[in-house]
Design a protein around this ligand. Structure first.
Ligand SMILES: Nc1ncnc2c1ncn2[C@@H]1O[C@H](COP(=O)(O)OP(=O)(O)OP(=O)(O)O)[C@@H](O)[C@H]1O
Ligand SMILES: [Mg+2]
Length: 144
């Protein structure tokens, strides 16, 4: 088991796009497609958009399953950092830290953040002032 670094997200070069979804399984798709489209629309390749969708899907599903958001709302943010890389941030209602479980492929769960870490340049989280937290990652892709 590996701890994930605690840090606020990097500053934004372009403001933040925000989507709020109901914390419900049928909304995960809405969130991941929104993130993938945002990345593609901001000058990244279709492959980078697909990776962003996978990352968003894992983070949103975690907010739903582990993030104490039942019956509430999950906020998703997308923006460019100062190096013009895409940042994806997902907010939930729980103070419990996310963690990267082992790389035991036979395990039933614990794959999500392991994969996100492989796909991302940076993965971190930080507690929010009013409670809850944000889990965020900087994607590896450079803009075309
Ligand atoms: N948003 C979160 N809030 C609280 N705990 C989390 C959050 N995200 C992940 N965790 C914790 O970190 C562990 C690892 O997360 P990860 O996404 O890798 O695996 P999983 O969600 O258990 O299974 P999988 O994603 O493979 O279906 C989780 O089992 C959970 O204990
Ligand atoms: Mg998961």
């Amino acid at each position: 088991m590996k701890r994930i670094r605690i840090a606020p997200p990097p500053p934004s070069a372009n403001g933040r796009a925000i989507l709020k979804i109901d914390a419900a399984p049928d909304q995960v798709r809405t969130g991941r497609v929104w993130v993938g489209d945002w990345v593609y629309d901001h000058g990244f390749t279709a492959d980078a958009g697909a990776v962003a969708e996978m990352v968003a899907s894992e983070l949103i599903t975690n907010a739903l399953r582990h993030g104490g958001t039942a019956g509430g709302v999950i906020e998703i943010r997308a923006f460019l950092d100062l190096g013009r890389r895409a940042v994806v941030e997902v907010l939930d209602a729980s103070d419990r830290p996310p963690r990267v479980l082992g790389d035991d492929l036979s395990g039933e769960g614990g794959r999500g953040l392991f994969l996100v870490r492989l796909a991302a340049r940076e993965l971190a989280w930080h507690p929010l002032k009013g409670g809850g937290k944000a889990v965020w990652c900087v994607l590896d892709a450079e803009r075309e």
